[in-house]
Design a protein around this ligand. Structure first.
Ligand code: THG
Length: 263
């Protein structure tokens, strides 16, 4: 599992303030820090309460690219906002995200092809997020079929079962785990999977413990990527260890890297 660094998001107070004041420092500090911690992509989200999200996303992309070469994961419910960001990306980006709905899939897969971007497809449609694994997988199948028809290779399609906080959506927990596993049966080569790891613990007391436990469980069930806290050392240790146990790191390189950082 690789990490898409979650920290440049207007959901966080320091980033919301930085966007409002157009102060690049907090954004650039988090970009550098997450890169040093080993993030593979940086998630960029203006958050919900920004005045002009198109301009804000353009600004986030520009100031982030001034300090890092990491590819960006453009996180917005508005495809105009995502496209404004894609126009400025210097490396192939990731589009975060599209639900299993027409004409949204048409817009996003066309855009993905044009900008050579990867796409996160969500297990939701007009009816919302289903509870059970089977309905989630049925929505994934629609995303796989649509992506294929636009010529998107499966290694560029990341399917997200949508993790809900375990204190309000406890019934979703096991369904998400089963859905992660079943994605791998949908096509050959299989599509990839991604989760919003920190969602699982929103509104709970011991957030880190819940995030870490869920990370190990998701890795055991084949998850490929997580939007997550790239700089949490315990989490990085658990990911490295789970990867060894799952034989995803046969020479233990990432395990040794994490160990060396500590000594
Ligand atoms: N799937 C996909 N993309 C996603 C998500 C997902 N992007 C957004 C989100 N979920 C993942 N990113 C975060 C970022 C922050 C938090 C949770 C998930 C978070 N923030 C604090 C909170 O809400 O308590 C903010 C408060 C603060 O500390 O300042 O927990 O599921 N594809």
């Amino acid at each position: 599992m690789f990490i898409i660094g979650e920290r440049i998001n207007g959901m966080f107070k320091d980033i919301a303030a930085a966007i409002r004041a157009r102060d690049p420092r907090p954004v650039q500090e988090w970009a550098r820090r997450q890169e040093l911690c080993g993030a593979r992509y940086l998630d960029l989200s203006t958050g919900p309460s920004v005045k002009n999200p198109v301009k804000a996303m353009r600004w986030l992309v520009e100031v982030t690219q001034e300090v890092t070469d990491l590819p960006l994961c453009l996180d917005s419910t508005s495809f105009d906002v995502i496209e404004a960001g894609l126009e400025l990306c210097r490396r192939p980006a990731m589009i975060n995200a599209v639900p299993a709905e027409w004409p949204k899939m048409e817009r996003v897969f066309t855009m993905a092809k044009r900008y050579n971007a990867a796409v996160i497809g969500l297990a939701m449609n007009e009816q919302g997020i289903p509870q059970d694994a089977d309905t989630r997988v049925a929505l994934f199948m629609e995303l796989v079929a649509a992506a294929s028809s636009y010529g998107i290779p499966m290694e560029n399609l990341y399917l997200d079962p949508l993790v809900l906080p375990c204190n309000v959506g406890q019934v979703h927990g096991p369904e998400v785990i089963v859905a992660l596993r079943q994605v791998k049966l949908l096509a050959d080569p299989a599509p990839r999977t991604v989760i919003g790891l920190s969602n699982i613990s929103q509104g709970t007391k011991n957030r880190e413990l819940i995030n870490k436990t869920f990370a190990a469980m998701a890795i055991a069930n084949g998850v490929d990527a997580a939007v997550a806290d790239a700089c949490n050392n315990d989490l990085l240790e658990i990911i490295a260890t789970a990867r060894v146990i799952m034989n995803l790191d046969p020479y233990c390189d990432s395990y040794v890297d994490v160990y060396r950082k500590k000594t």
